[in-house]
Design a protein around this ligand. Sequence first.
Ligand SMILES: N[C@@H](CC(=O)c1ccccc1NC=O)C(=O)O
Ligand SMILES: [Zn+2]
Ligand SMILES: [Zn+2]
Length: 210
Amino acid sequence: MSRIWDISQTLRPGIPVWPGDTPYSAEPSWVMENGCPVNVARLCLSTHTGTHADAPLHYHAEGQAMAEVALEAYIGPCLVLDLTHARGRVEPGDLPAGLPARLERVLLKTCARFPHDQWRADFTAVAAATIDLLAERGARLIGVDSPSLDPQDAKTLDAHQRVWHHRMAILEGLVLDDIEPGHYELIAPPLKLAHLDASPVRALLRRSEA
Ligand SMILES: N[C@@H](CC(=O)c1ccccc1NC=O)C(=O)O
Ligand SMILES: [Zn+2]
Ligand SMILES: [Zn+2]
């Protein structure tokens, strides 16, 4: 069996969320006591909580909801790149000189230590030109450890718009602290949520057989 790395945040009370968004909460609906045979909880959370996939509906009025997206983008060969030197936005010039001519999925590691317990408004975003470059090389999915491809104060979501143009998939909030740059297999399908704009995912990497 090949090793699996879990690159998901733990969903828990207090998990940092986008400013103004719904805080995560969970409560018991039934508790295993007094003759009740089971524990059952209910959850209240934003679709963008923790490690998640954005559905096209989040950034384009004609985009599909999460239940409708094709899953192929979320499963398969993936390249993890170290971009911890990039400042502000990941520009094309920040990408490694030896970037493969063809790639399918790319995960950008922008911070050395994931901020599990605080919201960082100064996260590293991705330049629209970088999305174009990766798409030209065949990327069908881009993943980041930041909470968004665009800066927190962005109004036009330029990187998300280029992703829409190229019909790529997005993962955000990945935890890449323990991941050496290189080739892996990604497994991170979203939940089949009708009508909704995003979904939490359990994101995994497996050592590539190649
Ligand atoms: N666009 C961001 C998320 C985002 O913009 C957002 C997420 C949760 C609550 C509000 C948000 N934006 C609101 O103005 C993203 O990359 O998914
Ligand atoms: Zn999102
Ligand atoms: Zn996004």
